[in-house]
Design a protein around this ligand. Structure first.
Ligand code: GLN
Length: 350
C-alpha cells in the first residue's frame, strides 16, 4: 500500500517535471506517520472506533457473589489511555466509579516487591499461574500453599499480609497510599461494597486460614483478609485505572504527577506476573490475543500495560464466566490491534 503510493508519487513527479530526479529528492521529505503509529489522532481514533463497535454489546453478567456488585449499573462503559508522556485520552463514561477489586492485587504486590525485593514473592507466595478460578481452594491444597501467585485470592491475601506495618491500620494506610500514588490522587473506599463483602467473606477467610496451616500466611489471617477486602473496595474510575497502568508502563514514575512511586526494578517483576496470571484461568487466551500484561477485577475494570508506551483501562461491569469484563476484553484487544502495539508483532528486517 505504502510502496504503491510512493511509486505513484514518483511517477507523477517524473511526468510533470522535466527535472524529475532533482525534484524527487525534495518529495522524499518526512512522510506522514503510517497508520497504526502512536500519534494523538491515531490513539483517539482507536478509542472512538472501539467504543462505537462495542457500546451495544450485552454479553456477560455483573458479579453477584458480592451482593453490592449486582446493583452496579451494567451500562457503565468508560475507556481511558494515558501515555508515558502524561497525555490522557478518554471515551465514554469517565464519571462513574467502581470498586477496583482484584486489580488492587497488582499494586499491593508492587508495594511488597518495592519494600522487600522480588525474591520474597518467589519464596513466600509463588509466581506460577494456577490455571484455576481466582478463589480456588483446590489450587492452594494441590501444592500445599506453594506455587500460586499474588494475583489470585490466596496469593493476594498473602501479599497483603506481607506489606510492612506493625498493625492492621498501618498496613491498610500503606496500601491505600500506594494506590493513591499510582492513581495520582487521593482514592477512597466504596463503603457499601466493603461492608457487603466483609459480611459474607467466609471463603476468603478459609483460604487465609488454609495458607496459615501451610505456613504461608504472614500476618493474622482474619485481619489480613479484612485489609485485602478493603483494598478490593477502593473506588476508581477509568481514568484512575489508566493512570495507575501508565505508571507501570512508565517504569514506576507516575507520568501525570511525575512522582516516582516504585522503582523500574519493581515494575520489571510486577508485569510478568500480570502477563502470566492477570486474567486468572483465561490468562493464556488473553496473552495469545494481545501480548501485553493485564489485570481484571470483578468490579468490571481491566487494565493493560504497553511497556514504555501507555496504560489503558476499561470499565464495564458485566463479566465472563472466568470473572473478566467482557466488553473490556473486546475493547482493549481491538485497541491494541488497531495501534499495532502487541510486542510480539515484529516487523522483520529486510
Ligand atoms: N474481592 C474479590 C474477592 O476476593 C476480588 C475478586 C476479583 O476481582 N476477582 O473475591
Amino acid at each position: 500500500m505504502r510502496l504503491s503510493r510512493i511509486l505513484a508519487i514518483f511517477v507523477c513527479i517524473l511526468v510533470i517535471s522535466p527535472a524529475g530526479f532533482a525534484q524527487k529528492k525534495k518529495a522524499a521529505a518526512p512522510a506522514a506517520p503510517a497508520e497504526g503509529t502512536l500519534t494523538p489522532a491515531a490513539i483517539q481514533k482507536a478509542l472512538d472506533e472501539a467504543y462505537e463497535k462495542f457500546k451495544d454489546v450485552k454479553e456477560g453478567k455483573n458479579a453477584d457473589y458480592i451482593k453490592e456488585l449486582a446493583r452496579v449499573d451494567p451500562n457503565i462503559y468508560g475507556i481511558a489511555i494515558v501515555t508515558t508522556d502524561g497525555t490522557i485520552y478518554t471515551k465514554g463514561d469517565l464519571q462513574s466509579a467502581v470498586s477496583i477489586q482484584s486489580i488492587s492485587k497488582v499494586f499491593t504486590m508492587a508495594r511488597v516487591i518495592e519494600e522487600q525485593g522480588p525474591r520474597v514473592i518467589m519464596d513466600k507466595i509463588g509466581v506460577d499461574a494456577t490455571g484455576m478460578r481466582f478463589n480456588s481452594i483446590v489450587a492452594v491444597e494441590l501444592q500445599k500453599g506453594k506455587e500460586i501467585n499474588p494475583l489470585v485470592n490466596p496469593g493476594a491475601i498473602a501479599s497483603t499480609s506481607l506489606v510492612n506495618g506493625s498493625d492492621s491500620a498501618a498496613k491498610w494506610k500503606s496500601i491505600l497510599q500506594t494506590h493513591s500514588d499510582f492513581a495520582g490522587r487521593q482514592l477512597g473506599l466504596d463503603g457499601p461494597v466493603y461492608i457487603s463483602e466483609a459480611g459474607d467473606n467466609l471463603r476468603n477467610q478459609a483460604i487465609a486460614h488454609l495458607l496459615l496451616a501451610y505456613g504461608r500466611m504472614y500476618f493474622d489471617p482474619v485481619q489480613a483478609t479484612d485489609i485485602y477486602t478493603k483494598q478490593c473496595a477502593i473506588s476508581v474510575n477509568a481514568k484512575d485505572l489508566a493512570v495507575m497502568a501508565a505508571t507501570l508502563a512508565n517504569g514506576g514514575v507516575n507520568p501525570v504527577t511525575k512522582k516516582k512511586i516504585v522503582s523500574p526494578e519493581t515494575v520489571k517483576y510486577t508485569l510478568p506476573v500480570m502477563a502470566t496470571a492477570g486474567l486468572y484461568d483465561d490468562s493464556g487466551q488473553w496473552l495469545y490475543a494481545t501480548g501485553v500484561p493485564a489485570k481484571s477485577g470483578v468490579g468490571g475494570g481491566i487494565i493493560a500495560v504497553v511497556p514504555g508506551k501507555f496504560g489503558i483501562a476499561v470499565i464495564s461491569p458485566p463479566l465472563s464466566p472466568a470473572g473478566n469484563s467482557v466488553k473490556a476484553i473486546y475493547t482493549i484487544r481491538a485497541i491494541i490491534e488497531a495501534l499495532g502495539v502487541n510486542p510480539y508483532q515484529i516487523t522483520p528486517k529486510q
